[in-house]
Design a binder for this molecule. Structure first.
Ligand code: IVH
Length: 688
């Protein structure tokens, strides 16, 4: 934070921050249309709290000292999606799109002469919904949620005019239609006018207006809002009516759904890029907001084979529109500490609207980036924001630099009260706090990660509550969260809390006392262990006890079988293994895990595909060249059937699939008495 010299200055800054906090509280709670991210909000709070602690006399009467943060969303029942609702990978330019198609070709092992036809369709900027029809009747509507579980919005979506309630007899018996709920620009402006007249609050953009209107507990309010729906995908279906995405869209139209008129079937990637340019040209004249173009592999059999990687399908990609830019002034450069100790410089900006959203922070990435761009406090800079990406500082406007400006000196200590040394490893751009488990800032970040959406996903325990509870000693490590019930009375006494909100919080916590092994591993926040690595580990070790025992054995002796098994898991290399073992060698993190195990019921990993397969639970090694599919496809298929794929053959291998020129792995397998099969036998076994 820029140094504040006098009481007057502190007062001005405190008033400014307090106003912003109150404004964003109102947006978040009252209007369901936040214009800043949770992290940005948290930063405002942090700045305010820090300054208020130093100048209590100047802060005492300000509203922000009494305001509370996000409260648990209540009211909608949860719905598990029969098939996950996916997100999309991004492409930012033509070459990214060409590379996407090249990846598809490699994965499918396509001949050169075979073209990959794509459907190019607008990416609608609304909120996605899944509509379930049973025997032709609209049975349920749900939001995307985390992709696996959404919220039941059946009553609300029934009021959307272009969602049919009944389908013609030609529609499959069970049909889930996915698409985007959105609001037209014109309707959005009209709604805001009406809201203002009636004393209601206005929305920042059509997307927020649509989201806020759908998430109304009173469906009659939703009914009064001009919502619309474009259909673009299927979820569960009893019978797939088409062989291509294009035909599927035609069927949707036939059943009475609105599909986007700008969707186009393109015989190859260059045609798809031409369609993108067409859509860019028409964008401003359209009466709804787009944030890009989605390309989908047209052939549904190819979509099937391509499958899903992580949360996004391999058969589709979103081509984002160019980022929107604006200029503003950097008021300060602050350093944030991540859960793995990385110091990230963040530019505090005079608030500016970029593409319809108010931006007051932008990332400066790292030390080298600041030096390269020579970004200084007081500089006027160009900032940009693309879709949901964190805003960035693009460049400095040199003419506007104040005469007395000084180059930014990157700190060599952690900004936390302990001010531990921060070091840069050779060849790395990132400087890290060396405090490890002793650094309080890292501790809070680890807790935030632990409860975050893709980890434990504890409702009612947002960034703000975590920090407050941590500061006041209610939680020091993850296990403490599950003992918060012991201090319910104390929490209810706190400002902004009451019995009702406490019982909501405790219910949110209890709902997660049973948790999947993959989520737990991810939640531990071990460096380099993201969601897909966590899933891989969960799939390979099955139970938390088996995983812990194996990691401890590997950590004690890297010559052990356990270590060999770990690095033999396909996609787990020495780096990931090193971080895992560091976690298990550190007494405090190990105790943290054991403590958690005492509180939780950790569910063994469930293979994603339900149906029994002959390879589920088996360890498979692929070797040699396969002729009908790529190695990547074979591996993805094996994993989707519940098999583990390993890189080399050992006594623990169950099956070796030997393609042409298999070489030493096949020989070793035979020597160990492991079953060796050829590609054709594998195809029969895997049923592909
Ligand atoms: S396809 C695999 N098509 O974009 C299917 N999504 O970034 C995934 N979206 O959650 C979705 N327009 O809310 C698809 N024409 C379109 C879309 C679209 C908007 C949204 C959707 C999705 C998000 C992924």
């Amino acid at each position: 934070m820029a140094e504040i010299a006098s009481n007057d200055e502190a007062r001005r800054e405190l008033v400014r921050l307090s106003d912003l906090i109150i404004e964003h509280d109102a947006r978040y709670h009252g209007r369901d249309d936040p214009t800043i991210s949770d992290t940005e909000y948290d930063d405002l709070r942090r700045q305010f709290d820090e300054l208020a602690a130093r100048y209590p006399d100047q802060a005492g009467d300000l509203a922000a000292t009494r305001s509370i943060g996000a409260e648990a969303g209540a009211g909608f029942a949860k719905v598990a999606h029969a098939r996950p609702m996916l997100s999309l990978g991004n492409a930012f330019d033509d070459d990214d799109v060409r590379e996407f198609v090249a990846r598809v070709r490699r994965f499918l092992s396509l001949d050169e002469c075979e073209e990959v036809a794509l459907v190019a369709e607008p990416k609608i900027d609304g909120l996605s919904a899944s509509l379930r029809y049973e025997a032709g009747q609209l049975a349920r509507g749900a939001t995307r949620g985390d992709g696996a579980v959404g919220e039941d919005i059946t009553r609300n979506i029934r009021t959307v005019s272009d969602i049919p309630h009944r389908l013609p007899g030609t529609a499959p018996d069970i049909l889930e239609v996915r698409g985007e709920i959105y609001m037209r620009k014109e309707d959005f402006l009209e709604l805001n006018r009406a809201q203002e007249q009636s004393g209601g609050r206005s929305f920042a953009n059509p997307r927020n207006a649509a989201a806020g209107s759908v998430r109304q507990l009173d469906a009659s309010v939703t009914a009064s809002r001009p919502l619309r729906f474009f259909a673009y995908a299927l979820g569960e279906v009893s019978q797939v009516p088409a062989t291509s995405h294009w035909d599927m869209l035609e069927h949707l139209k036939g059943w009475g759904f609105a599909t986007n008129p700008l969707a186009e079937r393109c015989p190859d990637v260059e045609e798809a890029l031409a369609q993108y340019r067409q859509i860019v040209e028409q964008r401003a004249a359209l009466d709804y907001d787009l944030d890009g173009v989605v390309y989908k592999v047209d052939r549904l059999d190819w979509q099937d084979r391509l499958g899903v990687a992580g949360r996004a399908p391999r058969w589709a990609v979103a081509h984002k529109f160019p980022a929107e830019q604006a200029t503003t002034v950097i008021s300060a450069i602050e350093i944030q500490v991540g859960r793995t100790g990385a110091l990230t410089p963040v530019a505090r900006l005079d608030p500016v609207t970029v593409g319809g959203v108010v931006v007051s922070n932008a990332t400066l990435h790292n030390e080298d980036e600041i030096a390269r761009k020579d970004v200084r406090v007081g500089d006027t800079v160009v900032v940009q924001r693309a879709g949901d990406v964190i805003p960035q500082v693009v460049s400095v406007v040199p003419e506007k630099r104040p005469g007395d400006s000084q180059p930014f000196e990157f700190p060599v200590t952690c900004p936390c009260p302990r001010a531990t040394a921060a070091m840069r490893a050779e060849g790395e751009a990132v400087r890290r706090c060396t405090g490890g488990v002793t650094c309080p800032y890292q501790a809070v970040e680890r807790l935030r990660h632990f409860v975050s959406r893709n980890a434990l996903d504890i409702e009612g325990l947002g960034d703000i509550q975590i920090r407050r509870f941590w500061e006041d000693g209610l939680i020091a490590r993850p296990g403490d969260i599950f003992r918060l019930w012991e201090r319910a009375g104390e929490i209810a006494e706190r400002e902004g809390w009451g019995e009702k909100s406490v019982s909501g919080l405790l219910a949110g916590i209890e709902a997660r006392r049973e948790i999947g092994l993959d989520r737990l591993i991810y939640g531990l926040g071990i460096r380099h262990v993201g969601e897909s690595t966590a899933r891989l580990l969960a799939a390979n070790y099955g139970t938390v006890a088996a995983w812990r025992r194996a990691m401890l054995a590997a950590a004690t002796d890297t010559g052990s079988e356990a270590y060999g098994d770990l690095v033999n898991i396909d996609q787990i290399g020495e780096t990931v293994a090193g971080e895992l073992l560091a976690f298990f060698r550190e007494k405090s993190t190990l105790i943290m895990l054991l403590d958690l195990e005492g509180e939780l019921t950790v569910l063994p990993f469930a293979a994603p595909e339900e149906r029994e397969s002959q390879v589920s639970g088996k360890t498979v090694v692929f070797t040699g060249t396969l002729s009908t599919m790529s190695r990547a496809e074979a591996k993805a298929r094996a994993e989707s059937l519940g098999a583990r794929v390993a890189g080399s053959v050992s006594r623990k291998t169950d099956i070796v699939v030997a393609g042409a020129d298999a070489g030493s792995k096949a020989t070793k397998a035979e020597a160990l008495g492991v079953t060796v099969i050829d590609e054709q036998e594998w195809i029969e076994l895997a049923g592909s």
